[in-house]
Write a protein that binds this ligand. Structure first.
Ligand SMILES: *[C@@H]1O[C@H](CO)[C@@H](O)[C@H](O)[C@H]1NC(C)=O
Ligand SMILES: *[C@@H]1O[C@H](CO)[C@@H](O)[C@H](O)[C@H]1NC(C)=O
Ligand SMILES: *[C@@H]1O[C@H](CO)[C@@H](O)[C@H](O)[C@H]1NC(C)=O
Length: 338
């Protein structure tokens, strides 16, 4: 499926089953088995580049104030797994990481502005966290019950998460044994905002699932490969956890889109606001120079043979690039021609 088609499919499903569309994503919807672009080296320069992409600003708010991310850990999470994700979030604004860095990746997101010309905030912080260890809303969540999970987190009797719609982002992270509506088939994560009627506030949020048990070949690609690609070897993941290392790029994707399109009325391409194509959608599957089709682009390898494309504070990560509307193509900190 083309990226647009898959988005439309997602949104049509969303329209059918829930009161509003959400913007969902998986790492490589345009992968075609046996197509010529499966060949390494045979890729075009910047498939994620086009004169015809009309990413436009639709006058809605973007996140220009210091951004605080509140993770909600749903189900069973190991400390080591939380650490990988926390340090990724902590790396977004870090000035100490070696280049190419996660903070260098965020610089493309900072290029986006609101009506007043204010840029997206440089500062992204890890806020308060909530554990939902005992699956408060079960092991199978819908797009609507996700909002109830967030409601439980912001209205809890002990240590509720603070509510700040202008700079707070709520990141629901589900353990490998949790199924979420459309997970694996259509999406690996999505973002939207909560409805006041359910949660009491309009809060931008994202969900990202750990796909380790359900579909690593879909959502943790290229650290796992789908069964229909025999012969393609999975790449070694940088932090030794295929599910979580795969989540990192999806988390980056969703945070970049939340910052530039928190209420789905700011930065997106496409003629119809029900089918927004956002700054990370445009660069799905592109992690380095030359990326496109199923080719990730030029990546780096550490001394253990693990693949990554950027440095965080203490770790390495593989994160997809995002659209740069000033030059009209996907950019990232590890670009070879910068
Ligand atoms: C891909 O090519 C191989 C060998 O050429 C063939 O056996 C296989 O069925 C093809 N797969 C698809 C999905 O077309
Ligand atoms: C935003 O973050 C910057 C840098 O971390 C800090 O200096 C500033 O005081 C913060 N502003 C607010 C309003 O919290
Ligand atoms: C703010 O956005 C403008 C317009 O895209 C860009 O030229 C400028 O470099 C951005 N500033 C920062 C600090 O990223």
């Amino acid at each position: 499926m083309s990226p647009l088609l898959s988005l439309i499919a997602v949104t049509v499903l969303a329209l059918t089953f829930s009161p509003a569309p959400v913007t969902g994503w998986r790492p490589w919807p345009h992968m075609k088995p046996n197509s010529s672009d499966l060949l390494y080296g045979g890729s075009k320069k910047f498939e994620g580049s086009s004169e015809f992409v009309h990413l436009r600003y639709h006058m809605g708010p973007v996140l220009t104030e210091n951004i605080t991310i509140h993770p909600i850990w749903y189900g069973t999470w190991e400390r080591s797994q939380k650490k990988i994700i926390r340090e990724f979030i902590g790396s977004i604004s870090s000035v100490d990481s070696k280049r190419p860095s996660v903070s260098g990746w965020w610089k493309t997101v900072q290029l986006y502005t609101d009506q007043t010309g204010a840029n997206i905030s440089r500062t992204v912080r890890l806020g308060k966290e909530k554990n939902d260890r005992f699956y408060s809303h079960g092991k199978s969540l819908t797009r609507l019950s996700i909002q109830s999970v967030i409601k439980s987190a912001v209205t809890a009797k002990t240590n509720p998460l603070p509510t700040n719609p202008k700079s707070g982002l709520y990141l629901l992270l589900t353990a490998p044994d949790v199924y979420v509506q459309d997970f694996c088939g259509q999406v690996c994560g999505f973002h939207y905002f909560t409805f006041p009627s359910i949660v009491g506030y309009t809060l931008p949020y994202a969900w990202v699932g750990n796909s380790a048990k359900q579909c690593p070949g879909v959502c943790a690609y290229p650290f796992a490969v789908p069964t229909y690609m025999p012969g393609r070897k999975p790449l070694k993941s940088p932090n030794g956890d295929v599910g979580v290392d795969g989540m990192i790029s999806v988390i980056g994707h969703e945070i970049a889109e939340l910052a530039t399109n928190p209420l789905v009325n700011a930065w997106y391409a496409g003629p119809d606001p029900s089918f927004p194509v956002e700054i990370a959608d445009l660069c799905e599957g592109i992690y380095g120079t030359g990326g496109g089709g199923s080719y990730t682009g030029q990546l780096m390898e550490d001394h253990d043979g693990a693949t990554y494309n950027m440095n965080g504070i203490r770790r390495r990560y593989l994160v997809q690039w995002v659209w740069n509307h000033l030059v009209n193509y996907c950019t990232g900190p590890n670009a070879l021609d910068q």
